[in-house]
Design a protein around this ligand. Structure first.
Ligand code: IMP
Length: 178
């Protein structure tokens, strides 16, 4: 693997497709054990998590469901700041075992705003499964129950993650050189 250009920036190889695949297998092994008989509902957060969710879901051998949602962020009133609305969540969550599938937890702001909306619907349990976590970028601490990789605070692209719309199709993960 060598350097790539996306828009105006240069990225270097960081995680290979093989490393990603084996991390996903380990996550799936754990989920298969923890959720056997619980018929969990996986909630994948679009757009970034589509590739991760697809590969992870293929490795699950237990009875489980998946749905895909989008979070739309808009400026609310001055007092409420950014408000997040959930698009596409049309399944009853009460008494369900929920697992959120995220591509990356960066500042934690997205999940910090989104999780209370799920808790409100009284699920039986609520856990987070993320492929990547940048602990140095944390503003809102989030407990990640199932994690692929802890990474430094550098912008990454590939495997579903984009830089201004591009790079999602790259099968590996690259990181910004500068
Ligand atoms: P948070 O709310 O700051 O945790 O940001 C979460 C979202 O920001 C992720 O779901 C990504 O869509 C996006 N994001 C954060 N860091 C990166 C990155 O390094 N590359 C691409 N997207 C990122």
């Amino acid at each position: 693997m060598s350097l790539i250009r996306v828009h105006d920036k240069t990225f270097e190889p960081y995680l290979t497709a093989g490393q990603i695949a084996s991390a996903i297998q380990s996550l799936a092994d754990q989920l298969n054990l923890d959720y056997a008989g619980k018929k969990p509902l996986f909630i994948a957060v679009l757009n970034g998590s589509f590739m991760f969710a697809s590969d992870l879901f293929k490795k699950l051998t237990i009875e489980s469901e998946i749905c895909f949602i989008k979070l739309a962020s808009y400026k609310g009133t001055k007092s409420s700041g950014h408000v997040i609305t959930v698009i596409g969540l049309d399944i009853d969550l009460i008494h369900r075992h929920l697992v959120i599938i995220e591509d990356i937890v960066d500042t934690g702001k997205t999940l910090d705003q989104f999780l209370p909306q799920l808790q409100y619907q009284q699920p039986a349990s609520l856990k987070i499964c993320a492929l990547l976590h940048k602990p140095e970028a944390t503003v809102h601490p989030i407990k990640i129950d199932y994690l692929g990789f802890t990474i430094p605070n550098k912008f990454v692209v590939g495997y579903g993650l984009d830089y201004d719309g591009l790079g999602r199709n790259i099968p590996e993960i690259y990181r910004l050189t500068e």
